[in-house]
Design a protein around this ligand. Structure first.
Ligand code: SAM
Length: 311
């Protein structure tokens, strides 16, 4: 791994056990990142398995291409948000795949690169866009969204108990001039809310919420999952690692609905929707990291992995 892009893949052995890579298989990594999971998939699908790696972040793609250069044309990379997966698979002529992985959220290098504006620990412009094609930055959200919208974002996406107080403090501060940097915002939050009892930085939840809002993370996930099912061939595995309860809920409900098929309300005696099951759930409960992994990699603490198989 290059030191410039040090990201430890989460739930690596569990992900590989779920994807079951094999020679000649076709795999999609919808969140290629630094290529940690992808590397293992490519190794285990030697000598001729192919992996299509998608990421919105050109820096991540560059690092992954470097790391995985030895696999030659067994790796195809595309810079895009993953809610374009269906079109990407078609455009690249990638056949129906044997496994698709989503490892959601941001990577450690994204968080650690101050100028990306994801981190409250440094002072940098409020950006937080995963890829350059996104048109909204955190600065726009913080300085232009209404107090009500901000409160909603902090409360829904950050589960921040003091969402209202923080939103009010932001709107008051804006009157004196725009809030331009992560340092300004994080200092304002620290003044607006009491210290966290969980021992986390007071700005943690608001920064997470802003990142989710800026990148439309939940909407993109919701749009991508049905496309992933379309791209899978029968027996192919859909594997999703999420780090946020709202993401996990979207994945859980999606898999449950696709395993059930019919979405007619219970009072309708005969199915009129005509939908049939497309997935079989492999992990009825989410798979979580072992205490040993959490100790080695604290990011794994909130990871939940769900697996389903295309019928
Ligand atoms: C947790 S990291 C993946 C790490 C990777 N599995 C590894 O082992 O190195 C998540 C990656 O997904 C990308 N990402 C997150 N949401 C995305 C989206 N909606 N579309 C495309 N890429 C996305 C981020 O840019 C980041 O590089």
């Amino acid at each position: 791994m290059t030191s410039a892009f040090a990201h430890t893949p989460v739930l690596l052995s569990e992900t590989i056990a779920a994807l079951q890579p094999r020679s000649g298989g076709l795999y999609v990594d919808a969140t290629l990142g630094g290529g940690g999971h992808a590397e293992r998939v490519l190794e285990l699908s030697s000598p001729n398995g192919v992996l299509l790696g998608v990421d919105a972040d050109p820096a991540a793609l560059k690092a992954a291409r470097q790391r995985l250069a030895g696999f030659g044309d067994r790796l195809i990379t595309v810079e895009s948000y993953f809610d374009d997966l269906g079109a990407i698979a078609e455009r690249t002529g990638f056949g129906k795949s044997d496994g698709i992985l989503f490892d959601l959220g941001v990577s450690s290098p994204q968080l650690d690169t101050a100028e990306r504006g994801f981190s409250f620990g440094t002072d940098a412009p409020l950006d937080m866009r995963m890829g350059p094609s996104a048109d909204t930055s955190a600065a726009e959200v913080v300085n232009q969204w209404s107090q009500k919208q901000l409160e909603r974002v902090f409360s829904d996406y950050g589960e921040e108990r003091f969402a209202r107080r923080i939103a009010r403090a932001i709107v008051e501060q804006r009157r004196a001039g725009p809030i331009a940097t992560t340092g300004q915002l994080s200092a304002l939050i620290a003044r607006a809310r009491p210290r966290s009892r969980e021992g986390i930085h007071p700005a943690t939840r608001v920064f997470q919420a802003l990142r989710i809002a800026v990148n439309g993370e939940l909407d993109r996930l919701q749009r991508a999952l049905p496309q992933a099912v379309e791209v899978l061939q029968s027996g192919g595995r859909l594997v999703v690692i999420s780090f946020h309860s709202l993401e996990d809920r979207i994945v859980k409900r999606f898999m449950r609905d696709e395993a059930r098929g019919c979405v007619c309300p219970p009072e309708v005696p005969v199915c009129v929707c005509g939908r049939t099951p497309r997935l079989r759930i492999i992990s009825p409960r989410p798979i979580v990291a072992t205490p040993d992994e959490v100790e080695r990699n604290p990011r794994a603490r909130s990871a939940k992995l769900r697996v389903a198989e295309r019928l």
